[in-house]
Design a protein around this ligand. Sequence first.
Ligand code: AP5
Length: 220
Amino acid sequence: MNIILLGPPGAGKGTQAHRLEQQRGMVQLSTGDMLRHAVAAGTPIGLKAKAVMAAGELVSDAIVSALIGERLDTSVDKGAIFDGFPRTQHQAEALDLLLADRARKLDHVIELDVNEEALVDRITGRFSCANCGAGYHDRFKLPRVENTCDVCSAHEFHRRPDDNEQTVRTRMAEYRAKTAPILPYYRERGLVRAVEGMASVDEVARQIDAILDGAPALPF
Ligand code: AP5
């Protein structure tokens, strides 16, 4: 099964993709994570992407489509979760070609329906363990022991450089201008299913599981 998780920054794409990986053995293909690794490693792609990401703008279609193509050639037997890709009409068309070349198809496009204002709070407050990546939030989920990761007891934490309010607002504007307009492309093919992204993480997970397990679509 191959699915796209579609929603603005902070909608919960990464949270749900990570869960699906653990529970279903699917593979999360996050272009944001791939680009952050490239930036950290100082690769030619990372050098090109760094300033663009820091500004909250979109990296070029050619770069991200190539990254996804490379990952699709590795083991994704139990299915791929596209997280943060596609983000433009051009990327959506590129993904169709990449899947067709590998005799694969898209099964669902899951739209996380959210309130953007609430997401600014979600994003600007988040941080993660620098060692194991466990996620925390200044208001919603602090470590049980101050400055100590609940999972691995490390004391170093990390905040994404693009998680400040100004950049988040640019990321939201990019989503509205370039990504939301690809929904009709998938709606025409009957692939889009919406879930209530402002519900709890567990409730969003339940709604996504129902879709993957074949629950019929309700009118929305
Ligand atoms: P990317 O890394 O994809 O970031 P994003 O889309 O802005 O999404 P986020 O990772 O911020 O949010 P998310 O939806 O995954 O939410 P999360 O689960 O973390 O992209 C970063 C940049 O890379 C882009 O700006 C661009 O420059 C570049 N880029 C990437 N892909 C590209 C592409 N295809 N083309 C061009 N450029 C590209 O959750 C957020 C927080 O909320 C967490 O703290 C979490 O714990 C919490 N949370 C999650 N769900 C819930 C819930 N239901 N209730 C309460 N809290 C929740």
